[in-house]
Design a protein around this ligand. Structure first.
Ligand SMILES: [Zn+2]
Length: 456
């Protein structure tokens, strides 16, 4: 396995600030916005008066002449404001044809940037210090755990670059955006294939062929379903309450804020779960050096939920389809493996018997072929068929001499308690094994060992 060259990523790490730091950070963000507004106003006045651009140095002087309170920021933060403003002007000019105008909007809030070595540093007792300027107390935090989402390994502070402290208005929470060097993307052999059957109940079922077996990994989506369910209920309740208030009233705004909060929290949990699911699939691809990732093509199902599928699916099923984050999982998977998924036609993949290609309507958790007697966990069938189609160009019977091994995994929700423990050493993402069943065991009393792929 070869490795390509390194690049940079930004890790988003949620943090909790204590009372004094929380207030100081909010004030600094407002101050930074105030200084931006002041500098912008000065720049516009100058344009009106002398019709020329100031140099960076002149603009810094103009910025420094603001209200002394706005100057109570770190020197680098002030410098970044001037630089960003000049960048914004340059960008707007480059895009003038597209109707972009020069910066004009007043900001209420601006994230704070901290440069390596000056803005942020590790203190003697191993904490992270974010400097808010000379003679002002900085923000002290426990050293955050940064995980490279490409490899799932921790990134030491020595490899961090600039850090931004950002306030999420909807989630009402702080996070650090830490840029860091990331490991190179693995380069996998496209001759080796893994197949992925995407689904709503199990977000991914992964199949790979080894010399003696078909290895199937089923990732359970229970945690994601619970999060979506809770969010949908909370938001629906709030919307019901909002419908009884005057739109825009104080109470209405309070409910609206709460709904945004619920959505923001659910989003961050779901993002974490999508990382876990794609991590697992990526690990399998890397273990088997499989550079071809064949994903059952269900694109478009989401789009059709409103019209054509209306009669096929009930209301709840349609909602599940429209809230399916399959696209994001594929995107994460491509990032982690360096291989873009190829989409394989998956029609009848869950009905076709992998042993004799007869179509059966599966019922319950087990798949049973009425023609040849093949039995297997229903979840494995789709992935097996997609694997065979991706390998041979069409559905092809599986090798009867190979066993089918099914491993069940579940993605775990991100909880405050867990994340606290994780902040020490363990990686942020990973799946927990539920149980493993080899085929014979899974088939239970209905199919004795060995019968799974033999024509009856
Ligand atoms: Zn069959």
């Amino acid at each position: 396995m070869k490795r390509s060259s390194a690049d940079y990523r930004v890790a988003v790490v949620p943090v909790r600030l204590n009372g004094a730091s929380y207030t100081a950070a909010h004030q600094a963000c407002h101050r930074a916005a105030g200084l931006w507004n002041h500098t912008l106003a000065t720049l516009r006045t100058r344009w009106d008066e002398v019709k020329t651009d100031p140099t960076t140095k002149e603009l810094r002087h103009l910025a420094a002449a603001s209200d002394p309170d706005l100057q109570r920021l770190h020197a680098h933060t002030k410098q970044a404001i001037v630089d960003d403003l000049l960048d914004a002007v340059a960008t707007s000019r480059a895009n003038r044809g597209a109707g972009t105008r020069a910066p004009w909007r007043e900001k209420n809030y601006r994230p704070l940037s901290f440069t390596k070595g000056y803005g942020w540093r590790i203190t003697g007792d191993g904490r992270l210090n974010l400097s808010l300027g000379r003679n002002l107390p900085g923000i002290r935090l426990a050293l955050p755990a940064v995980t490279d989402s490409r490899t799932n390994h921790g990134v030491p502070a020595a490899d961090w670059g600039e850090i931004r402290l950002c306030w999420d208005r909807d989630g009402r929470s702080w996070s650090l955006h830490i840029s860091h060097r990331t490991a190179a993307t693995p380069v996998l052999d496209p001759a080796n294939i893994i197949a992925i059957d995407p689904g709503i109940i199990n977000p991914m079922t992964i199949a790979v062929e080894t010399p003696d077996a078909y290895e199937i990994t089923v990732i359970n989506g229970r945690a994601a379903r619970a999060i979506k369910h809770r969010r949908n209920n909370a938001v629906a309740d709030l919307h019901r309450l909002m419908s009884r208030c005057t739109k825009g009233s104080r109470q209405w705004r309070r409910y609206n804020q709460a709904a945004k909060h619920a959505r923001a929290h659910a989003n961050s949990s779901l993002r974490n779960i999508d990382h876990q699911v794609s991590r697992k699939a990526a690990d399998i691809a890397i273990t088997h050096n499989a550079g071809t990732i064949a994903v059952g093509d269900v694109r478009g199902i989401e789009k059709n939920t409103a019209k054509a599928e209306k009669r096929r699916f009930g209301k709840d099923q349609r909602r599940r389809l429209s809230q399916w984050s399959r696209g994001r999982q594929d995107h994460y998977l491509a990032h982690k493996t360096g291989s873009k998924p190829t989409y394989t036609n998956e029609s009848h993949s869950s009905k076709t018997c992998p042993a004799c290609l007869t179509r059966n309507a599966p019922s319950g958790r087990d798949y049973r072929c009425h023609h040849c007697g093949f039995t297997c966990h229903r979840d494995a069938v789709g992935a097996l068929n997609i694997l065979m189609r991706a390998t041979h160009g069409k559905y092809t019977p599986i090798d009867p001499d190979k066993t089918i091994r099914v491993l069940y995994l579940r993605a775990t929700p991100l909880r405050a308690a867990l994340s606290k423990a994780r902040n020490r050493a363990t990686p942020r993402t990973g799946c927990v094994a539920e149980n493993t069943v080899s085929h014979a065991a899974a088939a239970g009393p209905r199919a004795p060992a060995g019968e799974h792929s033999v024509a009856a």
